[in-house]
Design a protein around this ligand. Structure first.
Ligand code: PLP
Length: 341
């Protein structure tokens, strides 16, 4: 298989755990069985999360190209830039991360706690600027690039979310291969529905490629948390098709495979809505499953609603793909503090 032949680093503990969520299942009327695959606890590198799985491929490429620095971009509380800093550090490379003002709010300690604190603790070169949210390529990284080159270093560019990169979709294509093996060896049910949060798109895109390549009819439902679903959907489609082409020129990704539900982003990237907070509370208060207000709280809101309204059909076996994000939670404490929850 082509995927197995593409070089990657080894940043994960192994296959990420799969957890049954019986109390959440019961709270939603026992209509579907709900499990979570915990990519939030997949790695020992600075709390892991979805980017680590993607970065296994990108960092291997950076090392093959003799890079000295990884350069990337995200919001102030970006999980991605924390993961870039973590994987760079653990690989003996330097990290420069541009942290932009993707979220137009300033809760207490927003630029000092959570992910950005972890990046600083790891010795990352963290550079704040005021650019707003956008999932595309960013100019601020070019300045860092030029500076590193001038000093004799070799920078390697990683786009936002490690997504719009020729290797960006591979991590989550491999996720599906890993899942199919776990279903076999752990005697788990076949997960007919995968539910995933989508912003820069390569987690979602990789799952689509994996599911289409398998040909077993697994549905992949993306929940938009970007607040700009048209851009996210276009990027998911592009990454999925580029990844498919890279792996197997005959693999066609049909339009129907690209499903992005636009109802749960609460209007904007990075700010939770009432539904987000309610979903976070339900997951936490049933199976002690902790989600964050930027990403997984929104996909949790989506999953709950899709089950309640029957879009995810009764009798389904659902896998909630938990992509991480909890380190940002403390930066959002003002959304939870004070009043009796
Ligand atoms: N969940 C978490 C915790 C993330 O950090 C991200 C990153 O953007 C996502 C979901 C969305 O994943 P992607 O950017 O691959 O669409």
């Amino acid at each position: 298989e082509k995927l197995a032949s593409i070089p990657k680093e080894s940043f994960l503990f192994g296959p990420s755990p799969i957890q049954c969520l019986p109390r959440l299942t019961a709270a939603l009327g026992d209509k579907v069985r709900i499990y979570a695959k915990r990519d939030d606890c997949s790695s020992g590198l600075a709390y892991g999360g979805n980017k680590v799985r993607k970065l296994e491929y990108l960092v291997a490429d950076a090392k093959a190209k003799h890079a000295t620095h990884l350069v990337s971009v995200g919001g102030v509380q970006s999980n991605h830039t924390r993961a870039v800093t973590a994987t760079a550090t653990a690989s003996g490379l330097n990290a420069v991360t541009v942290q932009e003002k993707w979220v137009p709010i300033d809760p207490p300690l927003y630029d000092q706690t959570g992910n950005i604190l972890l990046s600083r603790l790891m010795g990352g070169d963290v550079r704040l600027n005021n650019e707003p949210f956008h999932i595309g390529h960013k100019t601020a990284t070019q300045e860092a690039f030029a500076e590193i080159e001038k000093a004799g270093g070799k920078p390697y560019y990683i786009p936002a979310g490690a997504s719009d990169h020729e290797l960006g979709g591979l991590g989550f294509t491999n996720f599906v291969v890993e899942l199919a093996e776990q279903e076999q060896t752990l005697k788990l049910p076949f997960f007919d529905t995968l539910l995933v949060c989508s912003v820069t798109g390569s987690s979602h895109a990789g799952l689509i490629v994996g599911a289409v390549a398998e040909g077993r009819g697994r549905k992949v439902i993306g929940i938009d948390a970007s607040g700009k679903p048209a851009e996210t959907k276009a990027q998911v489609a592009r990454i999925a098709r580029n990844t498919a082409r890279l792996l197997d020129v005959k693999l066609v990704i049909p339009d129907e495979a690209i499903v992005l539900d636009e109802r749960f982003h609460a209007g904007i990237y990075g700010i939770p809505g009432p539904g987000t907070i309610e979903a976070m509370k339900l997951a936490a208060r049933t199976d002690a499953l902790i989600t964050d207000p930027v990403y997984e709280g929104k996909s949790m809101d989506g999953m709950i609603q899709l089950i309640k309204e029957g879009t995810i059909k009764p009798g389904s076996t659902v896998l909630y793909v938990h992509l991480g994000g909890q380190p940002a939670l403390n930066a959002y404490s003002s959304y939870f503090g004070g009043e009796e929850l």
